[in-house]
Design a protein around this ligand. Sequence first.
Ligand code: G3H
Ligand code: 13P
Ligand code: ZN
Length: 323
Amino acid sequence: MPLATLRQVLDEAAKGRYGVGAFNANNMEQVQGIVSAAQEVGAPVIIQVSRGALSYAGKNYMRHLITAAAETAPEIPIVLHLDHGDKPETCYDAIELGFTSVMMDGSLLADGKTPSDYEYNVEVTRRVVEAAHAQGVSVEGELGTLGGIEDGHGSGEVHLTDPDQAVDFVDKTGVDALAVAIGTSHGAYKFTAKPTGEVLAMHLIEEIHQKLPDTHMVMHGSSSVPQELVDRINAALGIRHGVRKINVDTDGRLAITAALREALNANPSEFDPRAFFKPAREAQKQVAAERLMQFGAAGHAGDYQVLSLPEMAERYDRSPVGA
Ligand code: G3H
Ligand code: 13P
Ligand code: ZN
């Protein structure tokens, strides 16, 4: 099966009324853990790769790892997605490299820190959509900014998404998916005060979904630390109201680090790295499998045939942006 596009995977998720986990990967063990989880529960899956991941692993290693995953699990729709593209050129490079989906995060300037103005966001996102759709590749945009800073990424300021602006943004850019800011943060330090059920502005999700029933929403910063239950309940509520892609990075990082520490402490004389990386891979798998089940994606891998990029390009050609 070829790599799937975000557009098709989220269209199918909307039909089936479930969400799809988007898990960040930086190395072989994470890719293997995520894909074997998807196989175990029979779910479509999104593997997302940040600029940091590309520079850590190397572009070719990353691309071939995901191709290997697709060959190993031909029964699973797997999307290869660029997480937080900082400028159009980064997205074009990813498309050239074989990514089937890219995020143009125009909510921040190219420094990945300074919140941009609306016109800038529309312009860079629209340009990426035009180039990506010509090749059948999907695009995620972002409106509003999240809290938290991960690896230098993010302004740390929260600007919640304005539902009316979201309508205008989707109309002008033609994005396939829209990351919305409803109060979630990237990383492990999500809340300065003890969060309550109201900490996330779930009403915004409902309002945006009412105004844009055909636009797939993306929830960034969805790792559940430290308020696991609150976040899980809110994720379920979000899925009911159009959240289709749910980004999880930190949960995998924490699970891997815990497994490594435990293995190292339990066997101080061990020096075969496989003894440590195996439980780390298993820990990533557990996180992905749990989330895929929680989001309702389990059992949906075989619901459809994956469309190729040329088939997707033809679809976009028939209904261009603004038509
Ligand atoms: O939103 C950021 C993602 O969690 C990726 O983080 O840039 O440290 O790889 P990273
Ligand atoms: P977390 O690290 O909080 O899970 O956020 C992940 C994310 O949004 C990646 O884009
Ligand atoms: Zn993010």
